[in-house]
Design a protein around this ligand. Structure first.
Ligand code: 5GP
Length: 113
């Protein structure tokens, strides 16, 4: 089932897009939890890590490499950053289209709540 992220991919609702290619899209989170808070998503409608198949390996590899490039572009590579994906209700997922949070620009605490 499509989510609002599909509408962002299709430019039906606005987002502050920082990177786009055929496979993925990165845009600023509407409710940032750090000075830099981006969401990196596949254009393919995948619900979460939990629903990945072998066919998605190239997409995921591409997203991880691209995430590192975007982190550098945002100036986060020197001091470090966090990449996290929430899965399902207990994981804290609220939008059921796979997304990786890229958080940085401050010292992040661990463990998360
Ligand atoms: P989740 O809780 O599913 O891991 O993360 C969903 C994220 O999407 C949240 O951090 C939330 O702030 C963000 N978000 C929800 N709706 C929108 C929207 O319309 N635009 C943008 N840019 N981010 C959104």
């Amino acid at each position: 089932m499509s989510t609002l992220f599909t509408k962002i991919i299709n430019k039906e609702i606005p987002a502050d897009i920082v990177y786009e290619d055929d496979i993925c899209l990165a845009f600023r989170d509407i409710n940032p939890q750090a000075p830099v808070h981006l969401l990196i998503i596949p254009k393919k409608e995948i619900v979460s890590i939990d629903t990945l198949t072998d066919d998605d390996k190239d997409i995921l590899g591409h997203i991880m490499v691209t995430t590192a490039k975007i982190a550098k572009q945002e100036g986060l590579d020197e001091n470090g950053y966090r990449v996290v994906t929430n899965i399902g209700v207990n994981g804290g997922q609220s939008v059921f289209h796979l997304h990786f949070h890229l958080l940085g620009g401050r010292k992040l605490t661990w463990p998360p709540g």
